[in-house]
Design a protein around this ligand. Structure first.
Ligand code: 6PG
Length: 257
């Protein structure tokens, strides 16, 4: 489908192809960032779609194409569960990728989900993200995101008013999330839209109608939070499989592999 006003849409045949294309992009962006600034800051996504990517990155040929000693990993959102809970996005990424690559532990930055209230955890992670940036909005090199069939992204869900406008806070505490578990933490548009690159990975026919609405329908970010991802000065790419792309306006669709 190519370039649209809502990002570059790359349609590939399968989830495996989504993961392959994503792995290539992670390798390329990491090399660019490390060459330019000596580090690569990456926010991982939860959910099942990116797990195929994590598995690829942890094995040849991709494994040693990234200088992991210069990589810093964050999460775009997290479930408020213990780090060893099967639902933990941190645990999933650790097992699939982070324990299999030589990334220093101090460069892996999970949400704290034990010993803090949800709100305290959100505040703590905002400080982690901000670092010594004196209130500046951090600019991550790459943010990976998924999209739910209801149009949510990260843990920004339809109709869930946030405690503060997304433009003001970096991280929100999410109660009653419609996708279990109900207690979550999510970075907000302020962080996501300051990233240098945002890469959505979307697969499956159950997302087709929503993807069409997000990419081709009217602007309704309160109902379709994924529409609110609009990097102010960065790239936005949608890597989607043919099933998820099946409801897009057909005359514009061109395959990309
Ligand atoms: C989560 C994710 C969530 C996910 C979408 C898509 O914690 O579950 O942050 O936003 O990316 O729900 O999930 P799938 O990839 O499993 O379809």
């Amino acid at each position: 489908m190519g370039h649209t006003e809502r990002g570059d849409v790359v349609i590939v045949d399968t989830l495996a192809a989504v993961a392959f294309q994503a792995a290539q992009r992670v390798v390329d962006l990491a090399a660019q960032a490390i060459a330019a600034r000596g580090r690569f800051t990456l926010a991982l996504s939860g959910g099942s779609t990116p797990q195929a990517l994590y598995t690829l990155l942890a094995a040849p040929p991709w494994y040693d194409q990234i200088a992991w000693e210069f990589v810093h990993v964050f999460w775009g959102d997290e479930r408020f569960v213990a780090p060893d809970d099967p639902e933990s996005s941190y645990r999933i990424a650790r097992e699939a990728l982070l324990t299999r690559v030589p990334i220093p532990d101090v460069q892996v930055h999970p949400f704290r989900t034990v010993g803090l209230t949800l709100e305290e955890s959100a505040t703590a992670y905002a400080a982690t993200l901000a670092g010594d940036g004196q209130g500046q909005t951090p600019r991550l090199d790459l943010v990976l995101l998924g999209m739910g069939p209801d149009g949510h992204t990260a843990s920004l869900f339809p109709g869930h008013p946030e405690p503060a406008a997304p433009g003001e806070t970096l991280v929100v505490a999410v109660h009653h999330a419609p996708k279990p578990p109900p207690l979550r933490l999510s970075c907000t548009y302020r962080l996501f839209n300051h990233a240098a690159h945002v890469l959505f990975l979307v697969a499956g026919a159950d997302k087709a109608a929503t993807l069409r609405d997000v990419l081709q329908g009217p602007e309704r970010r309160a109902l379709l939070p994924a529409q609110g991802i609009r990097p102010l000065n960065g790239t936005l790419t949608w890597l989607v499989d043919r099933a998820a792309a099946s409801a897009l306006v057909s005359h514009e669709k061109k395959g990309n592999g």
